[in-house]
Design a protein around this ligand. Structure first.
Ligand code: HEM
Length: 529
């Protein structure tokens, strides 16, 4: 059976009740035909009444204002290539809470920081959209797409495990610094010539997740590791391209459209990732974790298997499939976001050489003549550098519309009625570029994050890692690794490049699910050592 047939059979099985196996009599057949006729009439009437409601605006009374959509499509055709930018422009007309429809599903996009905080702290808004296609891909498992008790249990486990494994522990800082050292050496071999740094950074930050999850790092030339990183990159790109299929699953069945091919590629990609993570899980079942200084060196998989042993086998949700999806989430959540933040860092530092010079001065003053890397305990003295990194994250707006939330029950936001199971987004891109909140929204201006005493602060409109009950699970790790990579790269090199190319990449932000920069070359001129 071809892959496509396999997928379709599985989809069919997923959607359909089993038909009774007994043979029909003629009478039963006639009755069945009549019932089908009445069912079809009822369906047509339902569709007509739905279309009338849709044409007259929204299906919900007092739904937030927004542009009128089309029947069936809703506002899908108005989103453009950069939905966060388009919706930001809509908010200038309709106000900070914009109401739209993705097909027939209501979607609300928030543009006010206080409203975002209030809504994202509401237990009712901790759901994720449960479309047929997402359920098919993720089976509501793992962390990112799970909801309710399963999500709570596994988010809690992941947070405490990541904290126990690494946060505040020197081995994780050492593991990150090993990666930093490795890429600095790779960058030095370029001797200031233009090159694309994406691959180096992606491998380095993936290795940090590998250290936590698999308890080991890979050589940057290891073919299996390179394949794994490519798989995660393809996976994210495909999720992005398949967004319209969420609203209209039928798109994947129309042969002349690109979605059928993309859908097949997505299935191949998820199978490969699943295969790789399962291999690692199986390896852990047979290998005793290596002991370090008399202590067993833990990793996420080992901690998970220990937790599984403690649970009641009849009721536990700790099984291999849930572990596989959680690992996929840690990789997809923690790799491209961090690597792209660092790429944007290079772009903006090259575009704003004055800021770069001030950072060099600060790092040189703190390290003095010492030939060593910047470490976490230097952070308190590197306030301008730290503020510059935060402003890079503001400009990067890595997850422009964050991830969609969903409300279990109907609710009110900003005095408007929101039906149950709407898509609820915040517009991080809009908040990060709004001149109401930032003195120089389009420039790298670390002062945005410094108070009058020169201390680092976090302005209310800064939402890079989101806020509330479902905020980024990897926040502590993300902050630690972006600081160590960013400060050491800029400390070790003068970063420069072709200004026109870097301005073009900045103007043409991708603004998909993630805002990864388009390909560009950078020049890193060694300094300090
Ligand atoms: C600079 C790097 C990062 C950025 C900008 C970022 C951003 C985000 C954002 C905006 C969300 C959505 C929150 C929401 O739904 O409201 C999120 C969720 C998440 N992030 Fe991150 N993230 C980063 C790094 C990481 C890392 C290093 C990991 C783990 C290794 C990670 C794992 C996750 C997970 C598992 C979720 C889902 C949380 C849930 O649904 O409960 N992220 N992240």
């Amino acid at each position: 059976m071809s892959l496509r047939e396999e997928i379709l059979t599985e989809l069919h099985r997923y959607n359909q009740e089993q038909l009774p196996t007994s043979a029909f009599s003629l009478y039963e057949l006639k009755m069945a035909s009549l019932s089908i006729f009445f069912l079809v009439c009822a369906a047509v009437l339902l569709v007509i009444s739905y279309l009338r409601k849709l044409l007259s605006g929204s299906t919900t009374k007092n739904f937030p204002p927004g542009p009128r959509g089309l029947p069936i499509l809703g506002n899908l055709h108005q989103m453009g290539k950069q939905p966060s930018r388009t919706i930001r422009d809509m908010s200038k007309i309709y106000g900070p809470t914009v109401g739209l429809h993705l097909g027939s599903t209501p979607m609300v996009v928030l543009h006010d920081p206080a409203t975002v905080r209030k809504v994202y702290n509401d237990e009712n808004v901790t759901g994720r959209p449960q479309t047929q296609i997402l359920n098919f891909f993720f089976k509501n498992r793992g962390i990112v797409m799970a909801e309710g008790q399963l999500w709570k249990e596994h988010r809690r486990f992941a947070l405490s495990t990541l904290r126990n494994l690494g946060m505040g522990k020197s081995w994780l800082e050492d593991a990150i610094l090993d990666e930093v050292q490795e890429i600095i050496e790779q960058f030095r071999t370029r001797e200031g010539a233009p090159f694309d740094a994406r691959r180096h950074l992606t491998l380095a930050v993936s290795n940090v997740v590998c250290a936590l999850v698999f308890g080991r790092r890979f050589d940057h030339n290891d073919k299996r590791f390179i394949r794994l990183c490519n798989m995660f990159a393809d996976y994210m790109a495909l999720v992005n391209s398949l967004l319209p299929v969420q609203a209209f699953p039928i798109l994947k069945d129309i042969p002349c459209l690109k979605y059928q091919k993309l859908f097949d590629e997505f299935m191949v990609s998820i199978k490969e990732i699943g295969g790789f993570t399962n291999e690692m899980i199986e390896e852990h079942k047979t290998k005793v974790p290596e002991a370090k200084n008399g202590m067993i060196k833990q990793d996420y998989i080992t901690a998970y298997m220990e937790e599984k042993k403690k649970q009641d086998p009849n009721t536990t949700t700790f099984d291999d499939e849930q572990l596989m999806f959680s690992i996929v989430n840690l990789f997809t959540g923690g790799t491209e976001s961090s690597a792209s933040t660092l790429l944007w860092g290079m772009i903006h530092l090259a575009r704003f050489p004055d800021v770069q010079q001030k950072i060099h001065k600060e790092i040189d003053a703190v390290l003095g003549g010492e030939k060593r890397l910047v470490i976490l305990s230097d952070r308190g003295q590197l306030r301008y550098t730290d503020a510059a990194l935060q402003d890079v994250q503001r400009l990067a707006a890595m997850a422009p519309l964050s991830l969609p939330h969903s409300n279990f029950e109907a609710m009110e936001i900003d005095g408007y009625n929101i039906p149950a199971r709407s898509f609820i987004h915040q517009n991080i891109f809009s908040l990060h570029y709004d001149e109401k909140y930032w003195a120089k929204p389009n420039e790298l201006y670390p002062e945005h994050f410094l108070d009058e005493n020169g201390d680092v602060m976090s302005p209310a409109a800064f939402m890079s890692l989101s806020v509330g009950k479902r905020s980024c699970l990897g926040e502590a790790l993300a902050k630690m690794e972006t600081f160590l990579f960013f400060s050491n790269i800029v400390g070790s090199f003068r970063i420069t490049g072709n200004k026109e190319e870097l301005d073009r990449v900045t103007r043409n932000m991708t603004l998909g699910i993630l805002n990864s920069p388009l390909p560009f070359d950078i020049q890193l001129i060694p300094r300090r050592w």
